[in-house]
Design a protein around this ligand. Structure first.
Ligand SMILES: Cc1cc2nc3c(=O)[nH]c(=O)nc-3n(C[C@H](O)[C@H](O)[C@H](O)COP(=O)(O)OP(=O)(O)OC[C@H]3O[C@@H](n4cnc5c(N)ncnc54)[C@H](O)[C@@H]3O)c2cc1C
Ligand code: FES
Ligand code: FES
Length: 1551
């Protein structure tokens, strides 16, 4: 991070390819302002400044920049520092959004994010995680590269960037590029208009990633757009609309934009043919050898849309299309009744939208003064000495060495991406920080005969770009290490991290899972270290690590550079990484592998062959030809380096020893795998867990390496080597014997016999290169409205979207600080179950800035709270029952002071036995009451009489909500009457009000809870926001000062609970034909340490144990386990996804037992119109079959199945799977009293309307829909209606916004209020029929008529008696179905979702854009639940997975490659507002289709049914995918049964 050049420049005289790779979006690409000096077009290295002599010509080797030697440093360093210090500055000078800032002596530990938000009030940049994992804080950093004379723009995480490191930089935030009051930037406008912003908390960060991409590339390709967001997360949208919005900047993607066939996921029949006839590398995800060609070349008939394909439509049918032409392929047709029109096609929601053109010349200019090389930031050192901390920015290497000499404990800072984490989360204190990112000596890349020497501060983005350039310009045989680095960097963090983090940062951190270190180690790199007194020394990389996070560096020493050798002829290098999520995730296991082969006469090998070992037969000579004049490849060097298998990156010595000097043939796989197992005997309790998976990856990577070398060798043998110029094409002289076990090639005139691989196996060598995704949306909207102001049914954009995109939308933590405000840091229990012996806050109170500590004894009212029953405490008094329970609160002037002090509060515990998992609870019979049951007949008899019975268990893990905005409250006390005003991020204002009143000991009428908007909720803020609000309110009351709390991500995750893990035991009886007879299921949920909503969640799970199947006799029992985890709570679906997942698990089990196709069994048992459910509700408008058929037909299920089968036949290690899943979801709160809502509509005398209702806005578009409803009712434009917030003082006694019922309930209440007002205005309308709304309003006012009205609604005809199983719990039900197709790598478990078709019944959608957003967002969140997200808990009940670094939600590249969402056509609903249906929760379960598709692929790999998976976690993330594949690489590492006692010794426990 510097205004200085990051890499030195020198043109390359021998460039073969003049065009270097252009890196991904948002990255550190060259600015379009770049001068042509060093421009790629002129054949230079991508970073004009890199010294690049021809490595094969030693005479051209450049002078080593560091060759000055020991004496130079010893003599000049003290002098250099003294000179610098005399002249040093004490102010950081930089620009923010064009404004110059000179900040005298800032706090050296302050991050840019804190500075922007608290000092400059630029709150558009958000804090989502503080660890570089979510991208909410993304800004653009620009600096001037003086040597290249160009401006460089890079995206970066403000949460990790030190404010001091901004010296000499220009920072651009979301506020700097546009605003609603001046002019929107096209990026802001497009994401908002294209429905890419729901809760909006992620939006500014995503805008800035896209903005940076455009600054570097004003006309990006779709690939660059899709690649630009590796470092950004969104929990709401499902990403599709964001990508659609930004692909409108691609001016040359007409094919992509106009037909979903562009990525080739088209006609399945054609695909089937292609799969069987494709090349030996048919893996579709990897550039897709089969699909794109087929779809593009097959013409119109190859599109699954058939005649509806956009390419067959005359232009006139797309007459609603946007002016930009992006939606030109959307098909518009009329519904049967002529009332509605259907839109169908890619980008169908962009129809009718206008976007302002993008003009790069209008961008903010870079501050000219920073381009001046004599500017102080470029010439004078910076030294900031705070009371505790110091920041140095030396201007020369000698000065740096001297600082390190004088301060041996000083930390060098490059990108701060590691130090930032250590300081924030590991609470490390580094008192002296030395900025080294800018130093030219550390940013140089030079060449010598030893290899390429890369300066320590070279960023990973620069490294990747330069390595790519070398791969394109040097002979292939020399660049194999470089290409391995490039490949691995693709999956290394996100752009924001790679743009700032340095090579040395990664190496010196000594992380055991560093992605680069295994390659550096295997490749035989050398490190150059230096100190002021010791000079330079070179250390082999393999000797650098001494132990866990320990290196050979002496305290006064720094790393200067790394030298990466060129590869030699017949030397091959590959890198591997497997993470949970492919994009921006740390490795579970990674590896770098290098092999050097020598072509040796067969006779010589036979004579020298090593004796067979006992562990494996020595087949090394078996491939050697009988022709003793022939050459065979012999392994002369082999280095296998692994990360994630030991406390440091390590080599595998036994394996190398076992393999060296062996003939390179298939036998080495067996020998190597056996030796690797010995090299890495991970014990069951190894930190990080997943030991079986890690061990199997260890060997499967080696197998992949073997196959890759076979391929590379084959390629190499088709060339010959020129003694001077390396290998040249000599394929004429080589012969490949088709079908033979060896390739015969020629080397220097001799024949070579080398191994070949079975073509079916070669897909194991494919690298995952995801093609551009595509999508289709289908929806209906009214043909026309009776009143032109009416927009009910139209795809209106989210009302706050523009403000969200510009950073103007206010969330709790964006509210400006009150003058006397304090920050509250909660003190959390560190024990799962313990008596509190004592609490000592003495040390905390002595910390600077600390105001007070409060605990249970200070509570003014009652300490006893609870959202459903009163079983929680505001502050734990005598006993803690989970890690993360709140014990007290520390108040201080700033967040960091409060948090530091909170860590000083000493709590003495006396441990008590803890119950952590469901299995523990079952054993201890630790349950909450009531234990609910639904029974419809004699189940035992029904099952006893059944022809086929299956019995099994199923376990499903929980899910972290991961709303982007964490729990937050600002409590503002009034000096009068005990009043308290709360600004809260909560779905439940009324509950918050009542619980706060209780702890304060005041009546409810003294507490006002206000909710402007939430940055996501998903159920996690229905009740679990309350403990934060109570603590803040108590502290505010006691201190008489406003108190703000916004939990850090780790605090939030540790304390706020999750979706309930479920365990089920089932018995299912059926006829031999597959007709269900009876189902008996016991479900156990992990409720945690308080009841919260767990009983209601279990009830909904019990309502869902039929999914869509008519089961004659059912018994369902639900046990809520009382455990010592943080209380689990509501999460989108509220138990229904768990219930339905259990149904689909036994459905699979039954189908396998019946040897029937599971879909046939499903269809045989579907509900039909008029059927009665097990909870006695009669189904009307039952759309089970309709949605199911529509989904399967739209997805061309049968053809897809044939294509999958064909693909699987020709691929051994990659498999495809396909599955369909149906759903039904009951709409209403299951607790009858909650089905009520209120509204308040106030008309002002200018005719403007202020609308308030009981629902809260968390991104789901509720306010937008409510304004649509009010607009229709009042007959006025939406623009005349405003919603400010939800508050208990305007609409009292509200139910939480939950159960998908927000629009249904509040919509009717709004309608009711409007009807009342319409009644009052009627006489004035009649008196003045041609008047305007404002005229009638004014007349009414003059006539003293009330212009304000409340509205109310209570859902009629519902109510259910659980005890007697009588009644109607739901107002109505909604239905849906989905089809998913996946491809897995069976060796690693890596999965790609190729296709998803989702059909959802939303009745007459109130707003198709909002509803499609809910379907896509819910579906992708469901994909997270079923296939990716997994919490790890310690055996002692502590959450390991406490942030985006360890807990992976789906990212941009996890969405289906071909994602099609259809809102069911011509469906209505007589039970909800304007015939709509609820949509928030129902689609989530449909993502189970992806899980079952993965399972289908696994079954194909095993060639056997997969009942084993039924006992494991529902997550199908890589470990759970590959282990059941049961191949040679997984069989040696069997996973113990779920309830095996050995699991008690693991690092983590399944809860
Ligand atoms: C969100 C996120 C994702 C990540 N993903 C990955 C990933 O996918 N793969 C992976 O391997 N890593 C990953 N990391 C870790 C990341 O690689 C390292 O954090 C990064 O490379 C460190 O570089 P830096 O410049 O930011 O180091 P800094 O934090 O600036 O420094 C790190 C350490 O290196 C020392 N140091 C720096 N330069 C020198 C020098 N010249 N001489 C001596 N010591 C020096 C510092 O003093 C410090 O101890 C991730 C980190 C984050 C925050
Ligand atoms: S807040 Fe910076 S990446 Fe999440
Ligand atoms: S809109 Fe992206 S997190 Fe809510």
């Amino acid at each position: 991070m510097s205004s200085h050049p990051r890499v030195h420049v020198h043109p390359h005289p021998h460039s073969r390819s003049p065009v270097p790779r252009h890196g991904g979006g948002g990255g550190g690409h060259r600015s379009h302002h770049a001068s042509h000096h060093g421009s790629p077009r002129h054949g230079s290295a991508p970073h004009s400044g890199i010294m690049t002599p021809d490595p094969s010509n030693s005479s051209a080797v450049m002078e080593d920049a560091f060759a000055a030697g020991v004496d130079f440093y010893a003599l000049s360093a003290p002098l250099a520092l003294r000179k610098e210090e005399e002249d040093a500055r004490t102010a950081v000078v930089f620009f923010v959004n064009g404004r110059k800032i000179t900040e005298q002596r800032p706090e050296p530990t302050m991050t840019l994010l804190t500075y922007l938000r608290t000092k400059l009030g630029l709150t558009g940049t958000k804090l989502g995680c503080g660890e570089g994992g979510c991208g909410a804080c993304t800004v653009m950093l620009s600096h001037y590269d003086h040597s290249a004379k160009r401006i460089v723009h890079r995206s970066a995480n403000a949460c990790l960037a030190p404010m001091c490191a901004m010296d000499g930089m220009a920072v651009t935030t979301v506020e700097g590029i546009g605003s609603t009051s001046t002019k929107l930037h096209p990026v802001q406008e497009r994401i908002a208009k294209a429905h890419g912003s729901q809760c909006g908390f992620c939006t500014p960060g995503i805008v800035m990633s896209m903005y940076t991409l455009l600054r570097n590339n004003p006309n990006p390709s779709p690939e660059l757009v899709e690649d630009a967001f590796q470092g950004n997360l969104c929990r709401c949208t499902g990403y599709r609309p964001i990508l659609d919005a930004f692909k409108t900047f691609c001016t040359d993607d007409s094919e992509h934009a106009q037909c979903h066939m562009a990525n080739g996921n088209g006609d399945a029949a054609t695909l089937a043919a292609a799969a069987t006839t494709s090349t030996p590398h048919p893996a579709s995800v990897n550039g897709d050898a089969s699909q794109p060609d087929v779809s593009v070349s097959a013409g119109a008939s190859s599109c699954p849309m058939g005649a509806d394909c956009c390419r067959n439509k005359p232009a006139s049918s797309a007459n609603d299309c946007g002016t930009d032409g992006k939606a030109a392929s959307v098909v518009v047709s009329a519904s049967a009744d002529g009332q509605r029109k259907t839109f169908h096609g890619p980008s169908a929601l962009l129809v009718g939208l206008d976007f302002a053109p993008y003009d790069p010349s209008q961008e903010l200019i870079f501050p000219p003064e920073l381009m001046n090389s004599t500017h102080a930031t470029n010439t004078r050192a910076l030294h900031i000495q705070g009371e505790t901390y110091a920041w140095y920015k030396p201007m020369s290497l000698p000065a740096l060495l001297e600082i390190k000499h004088q301060h041996p404990h000083a930390r060098l800072v490059c990108g701060n991406t590691e130090i930032g984490i250590e300081v924030k989360f590991k609470h490390q204190i580094y008192k002296t920080l030395v900025s080294v990112a800018h130093l030219p000596e550390l940013n140089t890349i030079t060449h010598s005969s030893a290899g390429v020497r890369v300066g320590a501060s070279v960023t990973l983005t620069d490294l990747g770009d330069y390595m790519s350039h070398l791969c394109e310009t040097l002979p292939r045989y020399q660049t194999r290490t470089f290409s391995a680095i490039v490949e691995n960097l693709r999956w290394f963090a996100g752009h924001q991290i790679r743009n700032v983090s340095a090579v040395a940062g990664n190496i010196v951190t000594a992380s055991p899972i560093s992605d680069l270190n295994p390659i550096f180690m295997a490749a035989g790199c050398t490190l150059t270290l230096a100190s002021a007194t010791g000079g330079q020394r070179n250390v082999p990389f393999s000797k650098f690590y001494k132990g866990y996070r320990q290196t050979l560096l002496e305290p006064t020493e720094i790393m200067l550079a790394i030298t990466i050798p060129y590869t030699r002829d017949f030397e091959f290098v590959e890198a591997f990484k497997q993470a949970k999520r492919r994009e921006d995730d740390i490795a579970i296991v990674n590896a770098g592998m290098r092999i050097l082969l020598e072509m040796v006469p067969a006779a010589q090998v036979q004579a020298a062959a090593p004796a067979p070992s006992s562990s494996s037969s020595n087949s090394s000579s078996s491939a050697a030809s009988n022709d003793t004049t022939e050459l065979v490849p012999v392994i002369r060097e082999i280095a296998l380096s692994y990360g994630g298998m030991a406390p440091t990156t390590v080599l595998s010595p036994k394996t190398s020893e076992a393999l060296v000097n062996r003939v390179f043939d298939e036998s080495i796989v067996q020998v190597g795998c056996a030796a690797l197992a010995e090299d890495f005997p991970l014990g069951i309790s190894t930190p990080g867990g997943m030991v079986e998976y890690r061990r199997s990856l260890n060997t499967s990577f080696f197998f992949k390496f073997y196959l890759m070398v076979v391929e590379s060798l084959r390629e190499r043998l088709l060339t010959d080597v020129d003694a001077n110029n390396g290998p040249t094409d000599a394929s004429d002289g080589a012969a490949v014997v088709a079908g033979a076990s060896t390739v015969n090639g020629a080397v220097n005139g001799s024949n070579v016999a080398a191994p070949t691989a079975d073509p079916r196996a070669l897909s194991a060598t494919e690298r995952t290169h995801r093609p551009v995704s595509s999508s289709i949306q289908e929806y209906q909207r009214p043909v026309e409205h009776a009143n032109p102001n009416d927009q009910v049914g139209d795809p209106v954009r989210h009302m706050s979207a523009l403000k969200q995109a510009t950073g103007e939308a206010i969330y709790v933590d964006d509210i400006p600080r009150y003058g006397n405000e304090l920050y509250g840091a909660l003190v959390f229990s560190q024990r799962a179950h313990a008596n509190i012996r004592s609490i000592d806050a003495g040390a905390a109170l002595e910390m600077p800035g600390v105001f007070a500590f409060y605990s249970a004894k200070d509570i003014p009212g009652s300490n006893h709270i609870g959202p459903a029953v009163i079983d929680e405490e505001c502050f734990a008094e005598t006993e803690v029952t989970c890690v993360g329970q709140v014990i007290g609160i520390v108040l201080a002037e700033t967040q960091s002071e409060a948090q530091q002090a909170a860590r000083k509060v000493k709590v003495e515990y006396e441990d008590l036995p803890a119950v952590i998992s469901i299995l523990d609870a079952i054993e201890a019979k630790s349950y909450y009451s009531p234990i609910n049951k639904i029974q419809t007949g004699d189940v035992d008899a029904a099952i006893a009489a059944a022809e086929v019975v299956v019995e099994g268990e199923f376990h499903m893990g929980g899910q972290e909500h991961f709303y982007l905005e964490t729990q937050a409250t600002l409590a503002v006390p009034s000096r009068e009457d005990g009043e308290m005003e709360l600004f809260v991020s909560t779905q439940a204002p009324m509950k918050t009000q009542s619980m706060v009143a209780k702890v304060l000991g005041v009546d409810y009428n003294r507490v006002n809870c206000r909710v402007k908007r939430m940055g996501g909720g998903f159920g996690g803020k229905e009740t679990r926001s309350i403990y934060v609000s109570c603590a803040a309110a108590v502290a505010a009351q006691l201190s008489r000062r406003p108190v703000r709390i916004m939990l850090d991500r780790d605090e939030d995750m540790c304390s706020s609970g999750q979706r309930h893990p479920f365990h089920a035991k089932y018995r299912v009886g059926a006829t031999r034909a597959g007709k269900l007879c009876g189902v008996d299921v016991k479900m156990y949920s992990n409720g945690g340490n308080s009841l919260d909503l767990s009983v209601a969640v279990m009830e909904r799970a019990l309502f869902s144990i039929d999914n869509v199947y008519n089961i004659p006799v059912v018994r369902g029992e639900g046990f809520v386990c009382k455990t010592n985890l943080p209380s689990n709570t509501a999460f989108r679906g509220f138990g229904a996804p768990q219930g339905m997942m259990i149904v689909e698990a036994w459905m699979q089990h039954l189908a396998a037992a019946l040897k029937m196709d599971v879909d046939a069994v499903r269809e045989l048992n579907f509900y039909h119109e008029g059927d009665r459910t097990h909870f006695t509700q009669v189904l009307t408008d039952c759309h089970v079959e309709k949605t199911w058929k529509f989904a399967r037909e739209s997805a061309h299920f049968a053809e897809r199945r044939a294509a999958c089968d064909a693909f699987n036949k020709v691929n051994r290690w990659r498999k495809r799977g396909l599955a369909a899943v149906p759903t039904k979801f009951g709409i209403s709160f299951t607790l009858k009293l909650m089905n009520q809502a209120g509204a308040l509509v106030q008309i002002y005398t200018d005719g403007s309307v202020l609308l308030t209702h009981g629902g809260t806005e968390m991104g789901q578009g509720l306010h937008t829909k409510m304004v649509q409803v009010a607009s229709r009712e009042l007959g006025i434009p939406m623009s005349m209606i405003h919603v400010t917030e939800t508050s208990t003082s305007t609409v009292p006694n509200t139910s939480p916004t939950a159960a998908s019922a927000g629009s249904d309930l509040n919509g009717m209440a709004v309608k009711n209020a409007c009807e009342t007002l319409n009644g009052r205005l009627k006489p004035f309308k009649e008196a003045n029929p041609t008047g305007t709304f404002a005229d009638w309003v004014r007349a009414a006012y003059v006539d003293r008529v009330s212009l304000s009205s409340t509205g109310f609604y209570a859902t009629p005809n519902i109510g259910y008696d659980f005890k007697n199983n009588i009644g109607k719990p739901f107002a109505y039900l909604s239905y849906g179905a989905s089809v998913a197709e996946v491809e897995i790598d069976t060796l690693t478990g890596d999965a790609t979702t190729l296709h998803c078709t989702v059909v959802m019944d939303v009745g007459h959608s109130l707003n198709p854009a909002v509803d499609i957003g809910q379907v896509e967002g819910g579906f992708v969140q469901g994909m997270g639940l079923f296939t990716l997200e997994e919490s790890h808990w310690s055996q002692k009940g502590m959450l390991w997975t406490r942030g985006p670094g360890m807990y992976k939600i789906p990212g941009f590249m996890d969405i289906p490659l071909d994602f099609r969402v259809h809102l069911l056509k011509d469906s209505g609903n007589e039970y909800a507002i304007h015939a709509s249906k609820a949509v928030g929760e129902p689609p989530l379960f449909l993502a189970a289709s992806v899980f079952y598709a993965i399972r289908d692929a696994v079954a194909s790999a095993r060639s056997s049914a997969l009942t084993a998976l039924l006992r494991s976690n529902a997550s199908a993330w890589p470990a759970s995918t590959t282990l059941p594949c049961l191949d040679d690489f997984t069989k040696p590492f069997p996973v113990p049964a779920f309830d095996d006692p050995v699991n008690k010794h693991r690092w983590n426990v399944v809860v």
